[in-house]
Design a protein around this ligand. Sequence first.
Ligand code: MOS
Length: 765
Amino acid sequence: VVIGSVRRVAGWLPDRILPGGGTPDPLIERQTEVGRPTSRLDGPLKVTGRAPFVTETVLDGQVCAALVHSTITRGRISRLDTRAAEAAPGVVLVLTYRNMPRLRIVPMPGGADLFAPGSSGLPVMQDGEVRYNGQAVAAVLAETQEQADHAAALIEIDYDVQPAATRFEDAKATARTPASILIEKNHVSVGGAERRLRASAHRVDNVYRTPGHNHNAIELHGVTAAWDGDSLLVHDTTQGVVPEARALATVFGLKNDQVRVLSPFVGGGFGGKGLWDHQIIAVAAARVAGRPVRLRLSREGVYRIIGGRSPSEQRVAVGADADGRFTAIVHTGYTVMPSYGACPEQFTMGTRTAYRADSFEILQRHLDLDVVPNTFMRTPGETIGTFAVESAIDELAHEMDADPVELRLRNLPDRHPISGSPFSQHALHRAFVDGAARFGWDRRTAKPGERRDGEWLIGLGCASGGFPYVRIPGANVRLTLRRDGTVAISCSAQDMGMGTTTVQTQHAADRLGLPLDRITFTLGDSALAASPMAGGSAQTATIMGAVMSAADRLRDELLTLAGPGSPVAGLRATAARLADGGVVAAADPARHDTYQAILARAGRDEVTVTGAGAPPLEFLKYTMHSSSAVFCEVRVSEVTGEVRVDRLLGSFDCGTVLNPKTAASQLRGGMIMGLGVALAEETLFDERTGRIMNPSLADYHIPAHLDVPDIEVLWTGIPDPHSPLGARGIGELGTSGVAAAVANAVFNATGRRVRDLPLTLDKLL
Ligand code: MOS
């Protein structure tokens, strides 16, 4: 059995995993604000246009920037004529590799990093080399955006073109198998899976293909950069203000405290809003021009220089004995990750924990192409991995005449199927049973093509999805309790629209025993207490861990301040807790002192503490992930091949739901992204030239309102005893499994098995 050594070590850790020690978080048992469907606290600011988004910020003396993108894939600039652009009206500066400041490019640290300079190990406009199609080769600064755009079109560039690696199939010959993907080993080989597969009573063995996908946050990537002497102020739409500030400090040779990044509101991130070339170019351009710069990418610009989701080719084989118990699971395949890239698109991660089996063969290989480095995109790995695996299980169910829900339930694991480590909490069985009942799964006819309504064939499908729990180390918050009983909490987190501000305020209210309106929660500024990026569905638990620690420090501080006259005088910290607007003896609710009274008697206007999240040992000791059962009903036109999704239901096992309104919205949004993966999204990459051919929302299709049915969302609501407040992340869970549920429903409707996404009508005629 091959597992990461970190897990083996973690097996010896003591069972005291939550900040403050002991299990589980007592707040799981008493919630007031948590669990309420509170509307987003920043909602009114957004709907009235008072929430400032980055490129609406106008700095004094600001100039606007436009980028010029390479039209070739590999080669070298042989002629560069910027004279016409420099002479154009309003132009302040033309920046190319000739006058770009020399940057300190640090080698990209191994593994996942959204904040490596330019999200890759490549230099940013440091030489005349072109390394992928669409790379930024020049920037124009002008007084207005229109002048900058016009002048950018006047720059003349010739290239010496060199051969480029752009063909997926050709690159397989030199595919690499990196040592590890995140924390688990990349190659798992247990129990002789190929041999067992051949001896199985039932088996399927097929290849599935998924296309590349591009990021399309409604708010385009955009940044402003302003220097004041050697200090740098950046407004950016980013998933990590502190990681970005630190990366910019490294690139420009500054100290961390010389860079400040502000990002109070982000109009969608999805993994695409890390540090890319454009922020570095904007900062450098502002330095050279001596004026603040605003650089907003065009929609096409996002496709050119921001990576997306890698295409994949995956083989999945599943064997079962006569009783339908899995004998073997094989999941191998290829995705693209250039040597200078950082995102391994870990499509086999979920396969390690989804089902039990007698044997496993799991292997991921990376192809090195000359492309903008692909990056994280909502539910990286699981989105496409579950399409392949959950389609294969549906195929196996059909081949052995079993009900697809029954077959899955028969093979659910009761611990990590490979490492054997225990689940912290896992109730996928319950999610399946509840979801199937609510959806009316019993109305499904097993034989494909049996139900119709005029020209429409009707089918039902299901699939399972999952996403790991993560709490990122290094979270800090600052908490100030004032004499009037109000509390201000701040940290450098980011709210990309998912409701971070709202749920953290709810959490703090319950943690401190205060009503919601006494708490303010501030984020989006690298000058605040440093916390990690928003990603990996980890931010909610990550910040909660730091708030828990701050609350403990506040309790200690207040016990010290309380003084001999206080009802809580002499209490040890472990015998006291924060509740009902003050400090209370855990064993005797009558011994209670209010925050106001303690501060007043101590003559203090306020008390400030900081909190740091305890190391996230819980997910090293336990197998911690959320899972889902997805059900779908489709209609497929026999005349046009068009697929319409009529009903979609997600039943989730994701721990405590902190806010049913924002959570349902998150999960529903994730499921809509899954619908896009199933039916529409496809980057058309010209393998002859290495160029993306559909860089616009006119040509890159996503679900519009009429494509999206009513989506039902339910959850088990069972708390996880090993996470803060029993919650696990939900930002990415919704997307997992949806594409397979749709494909399986299409098979049930038509008898046609489509193994390459998206399910466009040409594949069904
Ligand atoms: Mo997400 S793809 O971890 O922003």
